[in-house]
Design a protein around this ligand. Structure first.
Ligand SMILES: Cc1cc2nc3c(=O)[nH]c(=O)nc-3n(C[C@H](O)[C@H](O)[C@H](O)COP(=O)(O)OP(=O)(O)OC[C@H]3O[C@@H](n4cnc5c(N)ncnc54)[C@H](O)[C@@H]3O)c2cc1C
Length: 398
């Protein structure tokens, strides 16, 4: 390796939630090793879930609470606006889009996910796939203009953004493929309740439709639906899910299967390279090999990967939960949330419910906690025990 190349003891590619947690995990075991973070983002690592929730709904929650203070707390050297384009596993270096080369002793891939898009006019900044702090700032500007905003997709991002916009007085329309909002995740009665929150909250709903393309005509955007109808808007937010960013790992010929394959120490098929967060397909002790695109996973796996890089030998065993929050209703879940998986709903009253999703043997494979706090560990235990008796399941979380 050439002498004049900066080389870090720990080099992290990606400057998101895992990068922050990993730098903290490294520091738990190694207070002296150098940490470098190369991030394509323009901002330092920040709390991503706030972009679609608290920043819109909690007036006491301001921008200064969003950054994670990674550099100040860990002493990492952060280079923003720095896209890594190639890994040289044999030279133990990475190359960046601006022609730079950075060396590593141990490398972490934490490149997260990229939002899916639909055909739209090139470079039209009134159409955005919502992922980053820059997208948040842009949407704030668009919302302040006072026109109509169309949100595409009924998943987490689509629903949270539609709720956030409507709660800020924006004329908001939400287009989604399910017949009832949430119907592919929740049992029918719960989906009805979920949908009612949006209609009561002022969101106009267009169910049962997909958007095929966005076109611009003068100052107006047209969303072309799968039945040929066109809906007009001043701006469009696309929330169609995201795909793991695994191109670097694929080009470096690391083992992949859905995401970057890692072992219980979060090490890839190259012993000098770790992967974590949205991109990592890891062996979960309860769920089996899986990949999770959620924040509890990013935080817990992030800290664990940092410790692992710094020599910790304890295997990673955390089974993550995930959550969403709209119009004051919060749901959390562990495992599979899929309305086709024989859901058993236990209504606890006061708009609280537990749903058990089951496989063909009747064993639970997922637990949804609807406005039920402090029950994640019990939900994990339900998945471990694989109890098939319906009555026994009903009594597990009250
Ligand atoms: C708006 C929003 C709201 C969310 N809300 C929730 C929620 O309520 N509940 C929940 O459980 N989860 C939520 N999530 C998911 C959660 O935020 C992610 O799972 C988490 O951020 C994943 O962390 P990560 O570090 O793997 O990826 P990210 O945080 O996405 O970070 C990836 C980083 O890698 C960088 N990068 C990518 N490629 C390169 C490259 N080649 N070179 C350099 N840098 C690169 C990116 O710029 C980015 O900085 C939300 C996500 C979004 C976008």
């Amino acid at each position: 390796m050439s002498e004049d190349i900066a080389t870090f003891d720990y080099l992290i590619v990606g400057g998101g939630m895992v990068a922050d947690a990993a730098a903290r995990g490294i520091r738990e075991r190694d207070t002296a090793g150098t940490i470098g973070i190369l991030s394509a983002d323009s901002d330092e690592p920040y709390t991503r879930p706030a972009l679609s929730k608290k920043l819109w709904t909690d007036p006491d929650f301001t921008w200064d609470q969003v950054p994670l203070n990674t550099v100040a707390d860990t002493g990492a050297e952060l280079r923003v606006d720095t896209l890594v384009t190639r890994i040289d596993r044999f030279g133990r270096t990475v190359e960046t889009a601006d022609g730079g080369v950075v060396g590593y002793r141990r490398l972490l891939l934490a490149t997260g996910s990229a939002p899916r898009t639909i055909p739209a006019p090139d470079g039209d900044d009134r159409v955005l796939a919502f992922r980053s702090a820059e997208d948040y700032r842009r949407l704030r500007e668009l919302a302040a203009r006072g026109g109509r905003i169309l949100v595409v997709g009924g998943g987490y991002i689509g629903t949270e953004i539609a709720a956030a916009l409507a709660q800020n007085g924006v004329d908001t329309e939400l287009i989604f493929p399910d017949a009832t909002l949430g119907a592919s995740q929740f049992p029918p009665a719960l989906a009805e309740r979920y949908q009612a929150m949006f209609t009561d909250g002022g969101v106009q709903l267009v169910p049962g439709r997909r958007v095929e393309e966005i076109r611009a005509e003068g100052n107006v955007l047209h969303a072309v639906l799968d039945d040929g109808e066109e809906r007009v808007a001043d701006a469009v937010v696309v929330g169609l899910g995201a795909d793991p960013v695994v191109g670097l790992a694929a080009d470096a010929e690391l083992a992949l299967d859905d995401g970057v394959l890692v072992d219980e120490h979060l090490i890839t098929s190259d012993r000098s390279i770790w992967a974590a967060g949205d991109i990592a397909a890891y062996p979960d002790p309860i769920l089996g090999r899986t990949r999770v695109e959620h924040v509890d996973n990013a935080n817990e796996m992030g800290e664990a990967v940092g410790r692992s890089m710094a020599g910790e030998e304890t295997p990673y065993t955390h089974t993550p939960y995930f959550y969403s929050q709209v119009f004051g209703t919060r749901w959390e879940a562990v495992g599979t949330v899929d309305a086709t998986k024989d859901p058993l709903t236990v209504d606890l009253g006061d708009d609280r419910a537990v749903v058990y999703y089951r496989d063909e043997t009747g064993a639970p494979i997922g637990v949804l906690l609807w406005n039920v706090a402090d029950a994640r560990d019990r939900a994990r235990a339900v998945l471990v025990d694989r109890e098939t008796s319906e009555q026994a399941l009903r009594d597990r979380i009250r």
